[in-house]
Ligand binder design. Structure first.
Ligand SMILES: [Zn+2]
Ligand SMILES: [Zn+2]
Length: 211
């Protein structure tokens, strides 16, 4: 596909200090966006180590472009962690702040403080999550509609969250909007219903505290 980068280089796709991903834009060259600028994520079949996600992101140029992101860049790079463990290769491209960030992130996760969370509607409870479980994002009135495939029950929930809830690890909205809708298993039907339901007013407010 034109404009899509190969996914096997990776150290500098994510800037842990600025919290942005760098992708190719056909009109601007390189462009930097936060995770909340992603619109669709889909795990590609086949490539397992690391898994690769086909994403579409909303570019500052106004268009939506495709790109590829590795699982590590999605879930671990925002924490200054790569491969799920403390990883010192980052020191070659980032300054010592990134090391301190990753050390802190590792300790917080070990203490049960998860970097991302959402409210699972079928299970009626908050759940820890990583960005690779996000698969649709839609900006609305200052907030973001976020479709999550629950790592625990595998079903889909849609939350209304702040941009920071997605972009800033360990930032959790105190309450989120929860769409009271059970989605079908079928991915294409889910996407259609997601768009339709986002415009509805059937959101309920739930507390998100995991502790
Ligand atoms: Zn662009
Ligand atoms: Zn669930």
């Amino acid at each position: 596909m034109p404009g899509v980068r190969p996914a096997d280089y990776n150290i500098d796709m994510y800037d842990a200090i600025r919290g942005t991903y760098t992708f190719a834009c056909p009109s601007r060259g390189d462009t930097s966006v936060t995770l909340s600028a992603f619109r669709e994520l889909e795990r590609l079949p086949g490539a397992a180590h690391p898994a690769v996600y086909q994403i579409r992101f909303e570019c500052p140029c106004g268009e939506v472009h495709p790109s590829l992101v590795s699982h590590d860049d999605l879930d671990w790079a925002p924490l200054g962690l790569v491969g799920g463990v403390f990883y010192n290769v980052m020191t070659s491209t980032l300054d010592s702040l990134a090391d301190e960030l990753s050390d802190l992130a590792a300790r917080r996760i070990q203490a049960g403080d998860w970097p991302w969370s959402f409210f699972c509607y079928p299970e009626e409870q908050p759940r820890p999550v990583f960005p690779s479980a996000f698969f649709l994002l839609a900006p609305g009135d200052g907030s973001l509609g976020l479709a999550v495939r629950c790592p625990s029950c595998s079903r889909t929930s849609v939350n209304l969250v702040s941009h920071s809830h997605v972009d800033v690890p360990f930032h959790h909205d105190a309450t989120v909007g929860v769409l009271e809708h059970v989605f079908p298993e079928d991915a294409a039907a889910t996407i259609e219903e997601f768009r339709a339901e986002l415009d509805s007013s059937s959101f309920d407010v739930r507390r998100l505290g995991l502790q």
